[in-house]
Structure formats: C-alpha cells, structure tokens
Design a protein around this ligand. Structure first.
Ligand code: TA6
Length: 315
C-alpha cells in the first residue's frame, strides 16, 4: 500500500468531517476521489476540472451510526427492506479498516485503496455468518472510478450464506428534468411504488417527471446517464451485478427526509448496480466479486458528439 500517508501523494489518509478517517485518492491531472472508512463510503469523485460528479446532501451531518446521504453507499447484506436487518443492511453503518495484506489484485493505477470489513461478535448476533468483505476503490489515470467488492464466506460451520448487494450511487446532475438514462429500455422492472409489482419499461430512454423507485431486472453491463445541460454523460459499467435500481424521491418524499434538502431531488439521480432481486449464495470458501466502473465523458446529445447508443455498443 505504497504512498499512503499524510503527504499529498496518490493516496492520502487524513481526517474528514467530524474527524472521521478518510482516504483521498489523487489522479495525475487533477481528478480525485474520497473514501470514508465509515461505511467504506465514497463521498466525492472529481474530474480533472475539479468538478464534483457525485451528489452528497447539504443536510448530511456525517454522524455515525446514521448512513451518509449521498456518494456511493454500499448496501450489504440486504437491499432495501427485503429482510430482517436494517434498511440496506449494515455495511454502510460500519467502520471499515484499511486492508494491509490484500490478496494480489493487479491494477494499473497508483491511486487505489483496499478496505476490509469483518464481523464482530456483536455483528454475528444480528447476522450469524463469518465473512471477509474486501473493497478496492481505484481512481484510474483517466479519472475513471472503479469499485471492486469481494465477499468471501469464512464460516467454519460449513454453512452457506445468502446476501443482496448494491452500489447505491448518487450522481450529481444539473436538472433532473433534463436527464435521460439509456440502456434500460424495454426491460422488466419491479416498482417499489407499486408493491414491487412487475412491469415492462417502454421503448425510449428514461426521463424523469415524478418520484421513481424501480429495480430493473437483467440490466445490461453498460448504462448511460445523460445530463443534457452539463453536456456530460456518465457511463456506468458493471460486473457480477444483474440488476439496476433507479431512484429519485422527488418533492414530497424529499420533504420527509431530514438528511435531504427539499429541492435537492432536482440535482441528483441514483442509478445503482445491484444484485437486489435474486440474492447471491456463497458456500464456505467461496468468493463473490461485484465490480462498478464509472466514467464521465463530455457529451452533447443533440450535437451527437456522443451518441449514447454508440457508447453502449462500444466495447
Ligand atoms: O435504492 C432505492 C431505495 O431502496 C429507495 O426505496 C429509498 O428508500 C432509497 O433506497 C434510500 O434509502 P435510504 O435507506 O438510504 O433512505
């Protein structure tokens, strides 16, 4: 874990809000990312122009045990309220450690950090399984952000366990009514606003004019989020995560959330790479890997400089 330290190198361990430990990753041309050990939570991703690409609520107070509202919360081992644990599981409410002895895992960037989460005795009361959850956060030299999760079942009693998972990414957008999502057209989805009833999406790109909370099933490995006003396209690539969740609380729900500004729904959209519908089962000794890769590319849908279909079809 070369380079971690207080100097302004590629990887810097320092204190964040409320003295919480965070790691700052820096790219060669100005890009950066910040990861709090609390929750293993990415809270910032900036491009070479220092523009923030992720949304974090101005109401967020960074006070454990509450989860951080924004950035990339990790939902594990439960998604939503589908189970007996707290909403979205406990990983986002735990203090992770820096993994000083990660198994070999090649990367072509110096800007990465390995974090690890293991259950305490107390945790085992709530979820009686022994596991190792390794999270690598990498800032690519081109400014891309990669998150790779590896969950291993280390139960000594031979028992398998089952879990759900999501990278609950909050993208920062200029104006939600000007945003389109490409890649989820014609897919079946479970509508959380209709008792998880199953529907089929219409054929055009998604646009937004009201609250949305949908789990798209069998989503493609690549999804494009176009912010027309900012002439920016987020390209989300995912592996090992069959579903994609799309969420915006809109105005009414926003008013009910204490850690979210009433108008902030206009400037965020969650598009989440997930294994939400069909949980993953691991036998002892088995390991699951789930990867998310985010890139932000200049685009102007109208000028066709970057046709999202070309993005989705490109390798
Ligand atoms: O991912 C969508 C969702 O499950 C919504 O149902 C909504 O509850 C959102 O997550 C936020 O959940 P949170 O527990 O962070 O308030």
């Amino acid at each position: 874990m070369a380079g971690i330290g207080s100097e302004r190198g590629a990887v810097e361990l320092c204190k964040g809000i409320n003295g919480l430990d965070k790691v700052v990753l820096r790219g060669p041309r100005g890009s950066s990312a910040e990861v709090y050990l609390y929750g293993g939570h990415v809270t910032s991703w900036r491009n070479d122009h220092r523009e923030e690409l992720l949304f974090v609520s101005s109401k967020e107070i960074f006070k454990p045990p509450k989860a951080i509202r924004g950035g990339i919360p990790i939902c594990f081992p439960q998604f939503g309220s589908n189970g007996s644990l707290e909403q979205h599981g406990f990983a986002r409410n735990k203090f992770w450690s820096i993994d000083t002895d990660p198994p070999p895992f090649p990367t072509n960037s110096k800007s990465f950090i390995d974090l690890i989460l293991k259950p305490s005795e107390e945790d085992m009361q709530k979820w009686p399984h022994s596991y190792e959850f390794r999270l690598r956060v990498t800032l690519g030299t081109g400014g891309d952000l990669m998150l790779t999760s590896r969950v291993r079942n280390t139960n000594a009693d031979g028992k398998p366990f089952t879990f759900a998972f999501a990278y609950h990414t909050y993208f920062s957008v200029s104006d939600i009514s000007e945003v389109r999502v490409e890649g989820l057209e014609t897919l079946d989805y479970l509508d959380n606003l209709e008792n998880k009833e199953r529907f089929t999406e219409q054929g055009d790109a998604l646009t937004f004019e009201s609250e949305v909370d949908k789990i798209y099933l069998g989503a493609p490995t690549k999804i494009a989020i176009l912010d027309h006003e900012k002439k920016r396209t987020f390209v989300l690539r995912k592996d090992g995560l069959p579903d994609a969740v799309v969420w915006n609380p809109w105005d009414k729900k926003a008013k009910t959330m204490t850690d979210f500004g009433d108008d902030e729904y206009m400037h965020m959209l969650c598009v989440e790479a997930a294994a939400a519908e069909k949980p993953i089962t691991l036998k002892p000794g088995e390991e699951w890997k789930g990867r998310l890769e985010l890139s932000a590319v200049p685009s102007s849908y109208c000028s066709g400089q970057l046709d999202p279909q070309k993005v989705l079809q490109s390798s």
